[in-house]
Design a protein around this ligand. Structure first.
Ligand code: MG
Length: 449
């Protein structure tokens, strides 16, 4: 071989060796490309709520795969055959109200793949069947249907109480509540019931239920309940009867004698004897038509205290002198306080002197004016608790009841006896109707819902 040929031969040989080497390398790479390992999905968000369940994953691998980590214990790989295409992961139910996460790691011996699982928690439920409660007529109670899967509690205004047995139970349950009696001074009161989770870590909006309680017109028996024989006006028998019939209040008329005894009588005289100019001894043997003696206020107070339900609406009659009026006021208030029944007594009078003295003695005395010649604003400014006007006065001044309501003073109307007038004043929204027929009014009110 000449030198040139030899060099060419060496070059070709070298090329062939390099080519073979390269080819050999290419074949090795081709073998590696055969190796594959995929898992799908890699990330999974489960919303199993309380049910739990099984998820399937597609595994593509040219080598045997095994699960090397499947913690925590609520999330398990179900591995029955290592040459699988589908990997099962069983997830237990999540009773928590927060999401939880798990990572499952699988390997084909050379590489690892991870599956990230997020499981949502149980959705907290707290729903109520109504947004507001309005109560006027009927029983002062109501129910709420609450659907909840979380512990909760009620926050109530002080005038609303839960009935017994209202403990929380999961799911839908009816809860019962009662309202306390609306004070006479209030025609309406409004507040909210809040329903809140007792577990602050559970994120859920409290539920608010608005609650409105409106006054029902209350019945005052005019001079007791005397519409049956043997129950004369201003007698103990008529007051006892009104109490027995469940009438809210009884009105009575009183005078003071010269020796300081407060007695019941509508007129200034009885059997021709002037009451305020007489001693009690002069009067004590006078009998009413049913044979009972003329009652004293003390008798009535003892009865009212004993029964502790009826309201006494004490009308102190105008007397012939301011001195006697003042004596009457002082004696009446002293009796009421002596027996501790201030909460059961309203005072009324046609005399401004009497009313003002009652208010001056104690601004908390509930004093209503009868004579109809003062506006609600004037009464309010003088510290009156309310107005107690004739039906004709209120029919002539149709804005006064509303005005009194706005000022926060009470309204009473006398003496209303017809169904038509009952309905007129109920719809006007008066606090009290004074009537000779309390049973009729009571019956009518039961028809309101
Ligand atoms: Mg009277």
């Amino acid at each position: 071989m000449d030198r040139t040929f030899k060099n060419r031969f060496l070059s070709i040989s070298l090329f062939l060796v390099i080519s073979l080497l390269m080819l050999s390398c290419d074949n090795k790479e081709a073998d590696d490309v055969k190796s594959y390992f995929t898992v799908s999905p890699e990330n999974l968000v489960l919303d199993f709520e309380a049910t739990g369940g099984t998820s399937f994953y597609t595994v593509n691998s040219d080598k045997t795969v095994q699960v090397i980590s499947d913690k925590p214990d609520w999330c398990k790989a179900v591995l029955t055959n290592v040459s699988f295409d589908n990997l099962k992961i069983a997830v237990s139910e999540n009773k928590e109200f927060q999401e939880r996460k798990a990572t499952v790691t699988i390997s084909n011996g050379l590489e690892k793949r991870t599956i990230r699982i997020t499981q949502q928690g149980v959705h907290p439920i707290l729903t109520v069947d109504k947004n507001n409660v309005f109560i006027q007529f009927g029983k002062p109670e109501f129910t709420l249907d609450v659907d909840a899967n979380i512990p909760f509690h009620f926050e109530l205004p002080e005038w609303v109480t839960e009935k017994e047995g209202n403990e929380w139970r999961e799911g839908k349950k009816t809860y019962a509540f009662m309202l306390s009696e609306l004070p006479d001074e209030l025609l309406i009161r409004e507040s909210s019931i809040m329903i809140k989770s007792t577990n602050e870590s559970i994120q859920i909006q409290p539920v608010a239920i608005s609650i409105t309680q409106k006054a029902v017109t209350k019945i005052i028996a005019h001079r007791g309940y005397w519409q049956t024989p043997n129950y004369p006006q201003n007698s103990l028998a008529s007051f006892r009867r009104a109490i027995d019939l469940g009438i809210y209040g009884s009105e009575m008329d009183v005078y003071i004698t010269t020796d300081g005894v407060v007695v019941l009588n509508h007129d200034a005289t009885i059997n021709g004897i002037n009451v305020e100019n007489s001693t009690y001894d002069d009067l004590k043997n006078i009998k009413l038509s049913n044979g009972e003696p003329m009652p004293t206020l003390r008798n009535c107070i003892i009865l009212a205290k004993e029964r502790n339900t009826v309201k006494l609406v004490i009308e102190i009659k105008p007397h012939s002198t301011t001195t006697n009026e003042n004596r009457a006021v002082d004696a009446v208030v002293q009796l009421v306080e002596e027996y501790g029944i201030t909460h059961l007594v309203d005072y009324i009078s046609f005399s401004q002197n009497i009313c003002k003295r009652l208010i001056a003695k104690n601004p908390k005395n509930r004093v209503a004016y009868l004579n109809g010649n003062l506006t609600p604003d004037a009464l309010y400014n003088d510290g009156y608790w309310g107005l107690d006007y004739s039906s004709s006065v209120l029919k002539s001044n149709t804005s006064w009841v509303k005005r009194a309501q706005n000022l926060g003073i009470t309204t009473n109307v006398w003496t209303v006896n017809s169904t038509e007038d009952f309905e007129y004043f109920i719809s006007m929204g008066v606090n009290f109707i004074t009537t000779d027929y309390p049973q009729n009014l009571k019956q009518l009110l039961t028809t309101y819902k």
